[in-house]
Design a protein around this ligand. Structure first.
Ligand code: SF4
Length: 147
């Protein structure tokens, strides 16, 4: 099964390269995402929470949900990941969602600033957008950080 998946992915890569195609590829398989994608959009309950070039997203995830997702990637040598971020709490209902961060009930970084309504996608670096009230500019480093 894995061999067939790899063959299909390689075929898609070849088509992409040879014909200059763009694919929108939807998956939960982060290893495939890393291999296949130039740009990644992370979604949570139907909303974009982070967008960035693939290498940037894997090296510097900023949204708490993206951090949790990437922490779940297994280490190839051991098949385990001791640094995995555990998410607790309930999923928000996707039906008639309130004007709030949809990840709030499960977020390990929740703070008072999170009550300000749905966080907008903000460009925190060139082509890197994050929707989180707690990703803020840091005056010392001149970069955005998750507080
Ligand atoms: S806005 Fe608050 S609750 Fe939502 S992801 Fe950011 S830190 Fe977590």
């Amino acid at each position: 099964m894995i061999i067939i998946q790899a063959q299909i992915l390689n075929l898609l890569k070849k088509l992409q390269r040879d014909r200059g195609l763009t694919f929108i590829f939807i998956t939960h398989d982060l290893a495939v995402v890393k291999y296949f994608s130039d740009n990644i959009m992370v979604m949570y309950l139907g909303q974009a929470v982070e967008m960035a070039p693939s290498d940037v997203l894997f090296e510097n995830p900023m949204h708490p949900y993206t951090k949790a997702l990437l922490s779940a990637v297994l280490v190839p040598e051991t098949g385990a990941n001791k640094d995995r971020i555990q998410l607790r709490g309930e999923l928000s209902s996707p039906i008639n969602p309130k004007d709030e961060c949809r990840f709030a009930k499960r977020c390990n970084y929740y703070c008072d600033a999170c009550n300000k309504g749905t966080p907008p996608l903000v460009e925190v670096a060139p082509n890197h957008l994050v929707a989180c009230h707690c990703v803020v500019p840091d005056s010392a480093s001149q970069r955005f950080q998750l507080r």
